[in-house]
Ligand binder design. Structure first.
Ligand SMILES: Cc1ncc(COP(=O)(O)O)c(C=O)c1O
Length: 403
């Protein structure tokens, strides 16, 4: 294919930056702690360290209860199952830009997803649009804090509070980010975290559900372990089930036809070790993101995000204009420079375009969401991890600015 005049603007030699989405997220000290644990502990399935990790995580986040599970997707799954159990069938407001499991969990629970476009300044769902979609059928608002940005606003929070509509925060991509000085994940009725590989911290696979509601806490504990009543933390609840079912062994009362989404002691030991470094790592991530935004050419790339309180494990690279030539040059250059990237942002862009939603949303419905459409075709994310040197970030920016 002949080179266009604009393609020729690419620098003659592209430096090799060797920049994966994530580097060294399991540190040597985590492995030392883990090996020592494995040497001395026969029990590796969920036990004391899971309890300790849940308690430490609750303290760090500022909530009463946390439930450690085997992934962020499992956190989504049992949170939506619990919502359906407590509030019955109806609608859940969801973003168009999120991970598949946020929408799939709504569908698995027999609830109906109602989609909302994103706010380009945060990539999270637009709070004003959410308000227009609340009805008597709304059972919850399931908001994703996309890639470290805060999606909460005071009008949204107060309207949900006034109408007693549960807010579920997906914080799988935003550990440590804040709204109004409070950590995201501590403001909703429930919140979900992921500890998968490229996130702010990792337990290999893992997720957490957090809440201040003791009833929800008990339901989640049961749903995590086959629906077993003996998993409930409240002895009165266990007693009630036993009294209502005298024909059943109290050790084997199944309140729900639920799941097994438990994690292990290995995940919890890693989680405790990683949590000790999370805040310091997040300071570095915030600094890195600031350097990136300060040095990108704002006439070509979006740099006007609302970053107050944000804590990004990714650099968001979004073209200002829908320019397909520039998009192709960016991707070619990133590949040549060894910079790993994901087009469409974390979940691959507009969820409404995905095959799993065929038959759930009308064909072509994605066109009604222009802001997520732009990110779908003209946005990427690139890894942002604590060990990134400033010089490398500056090199990447100047490379991108020449395109
Ligand atoms: C917003 C969001 N929710 C849920 C998940 C699922 O988490 P996991 O990969 O741990 O299942 C992810 C995964 O990256 C995510 O980004």
């Amino acid at each position: 294919m002949p080179l266009t005049a604009r393609t020729q603007k690419k620098p003659a030699t592209v430096p090799y930056l060797d920049w994966p989405l994530m580097r060294k997220n399991i540190a040597p000290q985590d492995l030392d702690v883990l090996v020592e644990f494995l040497r001395t502990n026969p029990r590796l399935t969920q036990s004391d360290n899971v309890r300790r990790f849940e308690a430490e995580w609750s303290r760090w986040l500022g909530v009463k209860y946390s439930v450690f599970v085997n992934s962020g997707a499992s956190a989504n799954l049992i949170t939506m199952a619990a919502l359906r159990h407590l509030h019955g069938p109806g609608e859940v407001i969801v973003p168009t830009l999120t991970w598949v499991s946020d929408i799939a969990s709504v569908l698995h629970a027999g609830l109906t997803p109602i989609f909302v476009d994103i706010d380009p300044a945060t990539l999270c769902m637009d709070g004003v649009q959410v308000l227009t979609k609340l009805t008597s059928r709304t059972r919850g608002v399931f908001l994703t804090h996309v890639q470290g940005f805060n999606g909460l606003t005071e009008p949204l929070l107060s309207e949900l509070r006034d109408r007693s509509i549960p807010l579920i925060e997906d914080v799988c991509e935003a550990h440590g980010a804040t709204f109004d000085g409070r950590k995201l994940g501590s403001l909703g009725w429930a919140s979900n975290f992921s500890f998968y590989f490229a996130h702010h911290m990792s337990t290999i696979e893992g997720g957490m559900i957090c809440t201040n509601d003791p009833e929800l806490h008990d339901i989640l504990r049961m749903m995590r372990s086959h629906g077993m009543v003996r998993e409930a933390a409240d002895p009165a609840r266990r007693g009630r089930y036993a009294a209502d079912h005298p024909d059943l062994n109290p050790d084997f009362i199944f309140a729900f036809g639920a799941f097994n989404v438990r994690n292990t002691e290995i995940g919890a030991v890693l989680g405790l070790s990683q949590l000790a470094r999370l805040d310091a790592n997040n300071v570095q991530r915030r600094h890195n993101f600031g350097v990136f935004l300060d040095h990108l050419d704002p006439t070509k790339y979006r740099t006007d995000f609302h970053i107050e309180g944000s804590c990004n494990y990714a650099f968001n690279l979004i073209l200002r204009e829908p320019d397909r030539d520039l998009r192709d040059r960016v991707e070619q250059t990133l590949r040549q420079a060894g910079v790993e990237f994901r087009r469409g942002s974390a979940g691959g862009g507009n969820q409404l375009r995905q095959p799993y939603l065929r038959g759930v949303v009308p064909d072509g419905a994605w066109r009604q969401y222009p802001h997520v459409e732009h990110v779908h075709f003209f946005g990427w994310y690139i890894g942002n991890y604590p060990g990134l040197e400033k010089a490398r970030i500056l090199q990447l920016c100047s490379l991108l600015n020449t395109l």
